[in-house]
Design a protein around this ligand. Structure first.
Ligand code: MN
Length: 462
C-alpha cells in the first residue's frame, strides 16, 4: 500500500496532527526544534539524523509514496524538499503551511501547498453556517407548532424555486398538505411549472384575500409581502415567516425573517435548512430543490453564488435523474412536433434572429421550440411563436452576451400586449385582436414578417 510520509517541523505541529487523528497509511515522523522539549508526540518517531537525504532514505520510501511537510518555516521546507527529492526522486509533496507564501517554496514538478489550520478553519466555518440554519429551523418549528393551519404562500404564478421551497418547508415541519398547503393568489400557469407540479404530484391552491382567513399561520417563500404593493391584503402585512432571496423590501412585519439576497435561489436557503436538520432527503424533494436552483440560476449560470453550487452538489446524490428529465423535458404532443416540422421546413436565420412560427399549438411546445431554435447556426436570438386560444404567444431566447431578452420583448409588445423576462429568456403575449388591428391579419406569414421586423428594430435600438 502506498504510504503518506508525514514530516512535522517540531512537537507542536506533530501533536496537532496526532490530535486530528492519523490515517492508517500514514508514517508519522518529526524533527524536534531546538527550543522545545524532546517529549515524543503520540504516534510519532523522530527522524534520526535530522533533515537530510540519508534520514529520509531510512524511512524506506517506495514508488507511489507521497510526502507531507508540515512547517511554517521557509528554510525547513526548502531543506525538506531537497532531502525528499534526493532520497525519493519523483515523489509528490504536499506542503502544509498557513504562513509560508507560495514564493518561499522551492521549484518542484509535483508540489502543492495548503494551509493546515485553514483546512480545519473552512470546516469550522461551514459547520457554523449549518448551525445558524439549524437555529432558523428550530425557531420556525417552535413558532408554528401551535398553528393548526399554516399556509405556505408563494408568488402569483408560482415558479419552481418557490414550489420546491414550499415542499422543503412542509417536510421540515413534518406536515401534510391538509394542515400546511401551498397557496398562491394566482394559479400555476407556465407550462414548464405545471409539468413540475404534475410530475411531483403536488397541489398549489389558488386563494383570494378572503381565503386567507382560514389560516392561523402564514409563511411566505420566495416572495415578500411588499411585492403585492397596493393590493397587499391586510392579512399579509403581518406574517409569521418570510424566507426569500430577493432584495429586502420593507413595509411588512414578520416574526421570523430570513432574506439572503446574495443567494441565487430560495431553494438554496431551504437546502441549508434540510441539511442542518439532518433530515432524510427523498428523491422527489431533492429533485424539486435541484430544479428550483437550476431554473432560478439558469443552470447555475446567472446570479449563482457558491451557496447555490454547494447546495446543488449536496442534493445531487439523492435526486432522481429520470424525474428531473421528465420535468425539464415534458412530453411534446405529436401535433406540436408536426407544427415544428412545418416551421423548420422554411427555417432561416436573418440578422442573427432565428424565428419559427408554429401556428396553433399547445402552449408548452413554444418554449421548447425556442430552446431548440437557438442552436441554429448563426443564431444569436431565437423566437418561437404560436397561437394559443385567442393570443399570439412567443418565447424568446438569446445567447446571453447580447441585449437583455426581457427588455427587447417588452419593446416588441409595447402597446399591443404584455411581455418580459430575464437576460436570456423572455415571453410575450399579444391578443390576436390587437395584432389584427395593427397588421390587418394574423396568418403565419404576417406574424412572421411582423415579429421579424419588430425584433430586428428592438434589438438594434440600444
Ligand atoms: Mn426565486
Amino acid at each position: 500500500m502506498a504510504r503518506r510520509i508525514i514530516l512535522c517541523d517540531g512537537a507542536e505541529l506533530a501533536r496537532l496532527w496526532s490530535r486530528i487523528g492519523a490515517g492508517e497509511d500514514e508514517e508519522l515522523t518529526w524533527i524536534p526544534r531546538e527550543d522545545e522539549s524532546r517529549a515524543r508526540p503520540p504516534g510519532f518517531r523522530a527522524l534520526q539524523g535530522g533533515l537530510a537525504a540519508e534520514a529520509v532514505a531510512k524511512l524506506d520510501p517506495k514508488e507511489g509514496d507521497g510526502f507531507a511537510l508540515v512547517s511554517e518555516d521557509g528554510p525547513f521546507v526548502r531543506a525538506a524538499v531537497a532531502a525528499v527529492s534526493e532520497a525519493a526522486p519523483g515523489s509528490p509533496i504536499l506542503v502544509l503551511s498557513d504562513r509560508l507564501e507560495p514564493e518561499a517554496l522551492p521549484d518542484h514538478p509535483c508540489l502543492r501547498r495548503a494551509g493546515l489550520r485553514s483546512l480545519i478553519r473552512d470546516d469550522v466555518d461551514a459547520e457554523f453556517d449549518l448551525l445558524w440554519n439549524l437555529r432558523m429551523v428550530e425557531d420556525i418549528r417552535e413558532l408554528v407548532s401551535s398553528r393548526s393551519k399554516l399556509g405556505i404562500l408563494l408568488q402569483p404564478d408560482p415558479d419552481p424555486d418557490g414550489i420546491a421551497s414550499g415542499m422543503a418547508l412542509r417536510a421540515l415541519l413534518g406536515r401534510k398538505s391538509s394542515t400546511c398547503p401551498l397557496i398562491s393568489f394566482g394559479e400555476v400557469k407556465r407550462p414548464e411549472n405545471l409539468a413540475m407540479v404534475q410530475a411531483l404530484g403536488l397541489e398549489v391552491r389558488t386563494v383570494d384575500s378572503a381565503g386567507l382567513d382560514e389560516f392561523d399561520g402564514l409563511a411566505l417563500l420566495d416572495v415578500q409581502p411588499s411585492v403585492f404593493g397596493e393590493d397587499m391584503p391586510a392579512r399579509v402585512r403581518s406574517v409569521d415567516v418570510v424566507i426569500d432571496h430577493h432584495p429586502e423590501r420593507p413595509g411588512y412585519d414578520t416574526e421570523i425573517r430570513d432574506v439572503r439576497p446574495a443567494y441565487g435561489a430560495t431553494a438554496t436557503i431551504l437546502t441549508g435548512y434540510v441539511r442542518a436538520a439532518g433530515m432524510e432527503v427523498r428523491p422527489k424533494l431533492a429533485t424539486a430543490l435541484i430544479y428550483g436552483i437550476k431554473s432560478d440560476t439558469q443552470l447555475l449560470g446567472r446570479e449563482t453564488s457558491r451557496h447555490d453550487i454547494n447546495a446543488f452538489a449536496y442534493l445531487h446524490q439523492w435526486h432522481s435523474p429520470a424525474l428531473l428529465r421528465r420535468i425539464e423535458r415534458p412530453a411534446l404532443p405529436l401535433a406540436g412536433l408536426q407544427a415544428m416540422g412545418r416551421a423548420l421546413a422554411a427555417t432561416e436565420v436573418h440578422k442573427g434572429i432565428h424565428l419559427l412560427v408554429l401556428g396553433r399549438v399547445r402552449e408548452d411546445v413554444i418554449p421548447q421550440v425556442a430552446d431548440l431554435g437557438l442552436q441554429a447556426e448563426g443564431a444569436e436570438w431565437s423566437v418561437a411563436a404560436g397561437i394559443v386560444n385567442s393570443d399570439l404567444v412567443f418565447s424568446v431566447r438569446n445567447v446571453g452576451y447580447v441585449r437583455a431578452a426581457g427588455e427587447v420583448t417588452r419593446a416588441v409588445v409595447e402597446g399591443l400586449g404584455v411581455g418580459g423576462g430575464h437576460r436570456s429568456m423572455a415571453k410575450g403575449i399579444i391578443p390576436l385582436k390587437a395584432f389584427r388591428q395593427a397588421y390587418g391579419r394574423a396568418d403565419r406569414k404576417t406574424i412572421g414578417a411582423a415579429l421579424r421586423k419588430a425584433f430586428a428594430k428592438a434589438i438594434a435600438t440600444a
